[in-house]
Ligand binder design. Structure first.
Ligand SMILES: C[S@@+](CC[C@H](N)C(=O)[O-])C[C@H]1O[C@@H](n2cnc3c(N)ncnc32)[C@H](O)[C@@H]1O
Ligand code: SF4
Length: 385
């Protein structure tokens, strides 16, 4: 039997293009008005996958995630070619989870069956909101009805699907969010990602926010919105298994668990990050972000890697803590001690436990409590100090 805490290898593939740039988004996504030569990208993805496989050696791929950008702008043949390449370089687990992020427009939904035929078995749709005024404010290209139609098509085409909503939007009240979330859950099956709107630096939303033209909910309202989220999602059988991700038991996104459980993953494509085990040493890798520069780099040297750092054990201990404490299942403190060379500070745990922010479970795991999640960053900082 494998150990979920340590055995798993994921491959992340980044498709860096979108039809338009949403004003809140700081992902590595670019708008191009000229056509995109998908065959050229397929060749470059293949080169980078090959170079990564040569570097780390044989693996069994347990999860693949095509993220973006907007991967649902890729032709199904492109997706199929990338999946075939992964299968040529590594063995692929029979129960591999293959997720593709999709924008819920009607055009993209027409490709869903093609993705299924290419090997995708899970889609994650960026619904974001279920009212048209909000969708417009968020700069989205779809209406609520179009998104719901795309969810329906996803349900018919894939055995597993999820969708994303953004809450704590300007002017959103807990009552309005309660109704919207309840409506969303009517359409959800096994998984939902519920993100609080974050004002990311250097985005149009950041400029509007700084100018006082975009007013986000105050701390008390944001907390009330968070509490509504937990209450409704749990009551409807979708408790949070991670700070922003909700699933029925067993339906968690296994790829994202690879990150949060601090397992190994390869990052392929422009601006992708990886954590690779090379001869027993953990490396943090990152590739060139700009798509055209990434292409040229791969074509010249076989991969687009611009940064490759060996992580010290202390850095791994910090990353392990930061990722693992986002999970409702928490962490195995022994794994922390193996990285750090010392146990977590018992005094700090006792004081956080006294305040009700963490708890130790019967099997020895340490986790953040529902009261601790809203102040997760502070809890992690305290434990890591
Ligand atoms: C890479 S994006 C999504 C994929 C797809 N392009 C889409 O927009 O539908 C992943 C998710 O991150 C969330 N997201 C992006 N920027 C955010 C922000 N500033 N605050 C909160 N959530 C955000 C959105 O819910 C989005 O669906
Ligand atoms: S939210 Fe999605 S569609 Fe919008 S810019 Fe970001 S990646 Fe592209």
């Amino acid at each position: 039997m494998g150990n979920a805490d340590t055995d798993a290898f994921g491959v992340y593939v980044h498709w860096p293009f979108c039809l338009s740039k949403c004003p809140y988004c700081d992902f590595n996504s670019h708008v191009r008005h000229t056509g995109i030569d998908e065959e050229r990208y397929v060749r470059a993805f293949a080169a980078e996958i090959g170079a990564t496989a040569e570097r780390i050696g044989g693996r069994t791929v347990s999860t693949i995630f095509m993220g973006g950008g907007t991967p649902s702008l890729m032709k199904p043949e492109t997706v199929g070619a990338i999946l075939d390449t992964i299968g040529r370089h590594w063995s692929v687990a029979p129960d591999v989870e293959v997720t593709l992020e999709a924008n819920p427009t009607s055009v993209e939904a027409t490709r869903f069956r093609g993705y299924r035929a290419a090997g995708v078995n899970r889609v994650s749709l960026g619904v974001q909101a279920l009212d048209d005024v909000s969708l417009k404010e968020l700069g989205r290209l779809h209406t609520a009805q179009e998104a719901l139609d795309a969810v329906k098509i996803a349900r018919a085409a894939f055995e597993r699907y999820s969708f994303d909503l953004i809450y704590a939007r300007p002017g959103q009240t807990p009552e309005a969010w309660r109704a919207e979330l309840a409506r969303a859950i009517d359409e959800a099956a096994e998984h939902l990602s519920l993100y609080q709107l974050t004002i990311e630096q250097d985005t149009p939303f950041a400029a509007l926010h700084a100018a006082g033209k975009l007013i986000t909910p105050d701390d008390d309202t944001a907390r009330a919105l968070y509490d509504v989220t937990q209450e409704i999602a749990s009551a409807r059988g979708l408790p949070a298994y991670e700070i922003s991700n909700h699933a029925r038991a067993g339906a968690e996104c296994r790829h994202n668990l690879v990150y949060w459980r601090y397992n190994e993953y390869a990052g392929i494509g422009p601006g992708a990050h990886g954590r690779l085990l090379v001869d027993g040493t953990r490396h943090a890798t990152a590739t060139e972000r700009r798509p055209e520069s990434w292409l040229m780099r791969v074509e010249a040297s076989g991969d687009g890697v611009v940064s490759d750092e060996v992580l010290t054990l202390a850095e791994q201990a910090d990353e392990f803590l930061l990722m693992g404490l986002r999970l409702a299942e928490g962490i195995n403190p022994e794994r922390y001690a193996a990285f750090a060379g010392h146990a977590l500070d018992a005094g700090r745990i006792a004081s956080l436990r006294g305040e009700g922010f963490v708890e130790e479970m019967a099997d020895g795991r340490l986790r953040v409590t529902p009261a601790g999640f809203p102040i997760l960053d502070a809890v992690v900082a305290d434990l890591a100090a």
